[in-house]
Ligand binder design. Sequence first.
Ligand SMILES: [Zn+2]
Length: 154
Amino acid sequence: MSRKRKKKEKQKNLLDKYYFEIIVALMILIGLFLLIEDFELKKFLNDIFFIILNQFKSLFENIIKFISLQLSKVRLSNSLGFIILIITFILILFRLKKRLINNSEINNCINCENEIYRTKTKKFIKFFGFVLKAKILSFKCVNCKKQIYKVKAK
Ligand SMILES: [Zn+2]
């Protein structure tokens, strides 16, 4: 047996002898690598998740901002419309009051010019008078039973 061959055999023996240890060492290395990889992967997925989450969050915030802006616009136009309607309604009421007071001097039926008599004023008419800040008195014609209202300024 030559020396070279002896050496080769010795190496082979060494490999045979430490076969198990080498496999175990490799497995530990692979295991550690996988653990680190897994950790990195987890971190990576976590980062991706947070990036996506942040994107969604900002998108959601933008949607909320947009909706609230639109709502505030709607509210503003709504309240403006409401104010205009109230002013118009008040103007109509004042006009109506003025006209009614102008017509309050009548003492006879406007249809047949017969006499009129006092009747009980309905509650909603009284409320209308309250809104107008005027006293509304109900009358009826003795002949045609026409309802006549007299409005007196308070
Ligand atoms: Zn009449």
